[in-house]
Design a protein around this ligand. Sequence first.
Ligand SMILES: Nc1ncnc2c1ncn2[C@@H]1O[C@H](COP(=O)(O)OP(=O)(O)O)[C@@H](O)[C@H]1O
Ligand SMILES: [Mg+2]
Length: 270
Amino acid sequence: MLDMAAEPAGRFIEASQIAKIYETGGGVVEALSSISFDCAQGDFLSLLGPSGCGKSTLLMIMAGLEPATDGRASVAGEVVMSPRADVGVVFQDPTLLPWRTTLENVLFPIEMMRLRRSLYRDRAVALLEEVGLGKFLTKRPHELSGGMRQRVAICRALVHEPKILLMDEPFSALDAITRDQMNALLLDLLIRHAKTVLFVTHSIREAVMLSDRILVMGGRPGRIVATEPVPFARPRAPELEDTAEFVALVARLRNAIEHSYGGHRAGGGA
Ligand SMILES: Nc1ncnc2c1ncn2[C@@H]1O[C@H](COP(=O)(O)OP(=O)(O)O)[C@@H](O)[C@H]1O
Ligand SMILES: [Mg+2]
């Protein structure tokens, strides 16, 4: 983790007064209101909040896939206007192309960006080996488990060597055991591939296990209701969850979420 005081590194990813209003046939939805935060290079920052609080909307704006109604998203000192080559994105649904093999799916963005496939093939294979899919290069998505498909999606997001990874509930559709394994795998991967990560989740535990800092989102329209640094050293082992410090931080975060809804239990469990 870099020193937050060191400028401009403290603002590698920056959201400044972002607001989002969706205008639909059925009316106007105010999804986000005055969202501001920044993230230093190399940090792992999570956006934590219950369903519907605008997490995906915010991530899409940071990714350049959705325009903000007001305010500004910037990455590496540049205003985000459209998807950027230095950003990789992973969604909840791995969205693999069913007729393509594992390896061909990972190489898909290379084709889209018109980069030389031959320069990236070895890297794609190495990434797949790293996540335990070395024996599945020629399989098609339907031959893989949910966890394997999401591992392919992570490799696809990393293949062009982006500096930044944006992840929108990438493990939420997986069973609890697979999800824990994927958390460990992601932490392990990030040791070898230093990235700045913006990670969306509705799981308090997951946010605490993975992050350097957590922004709690809540309310309608969505806004940031609390910020919590995560003080635990890395590498982090699963046993961390059993410590009093971990449990206390989880409780504090749950309280912040519930508080943002006037004391009602907001759903989206840990
Ligand atoms: N494309 C869209 N058109 C209209 N409303 C939308 C659209 N996407 C999201 N919303 C609304 O914006 C709010 C925030 O949604 P979303 O960003 O998906 O929240 P989250 O990811 O936290 O569940 C919700 O009320 C949702 O219904
Ligand atoms: Mg979402």
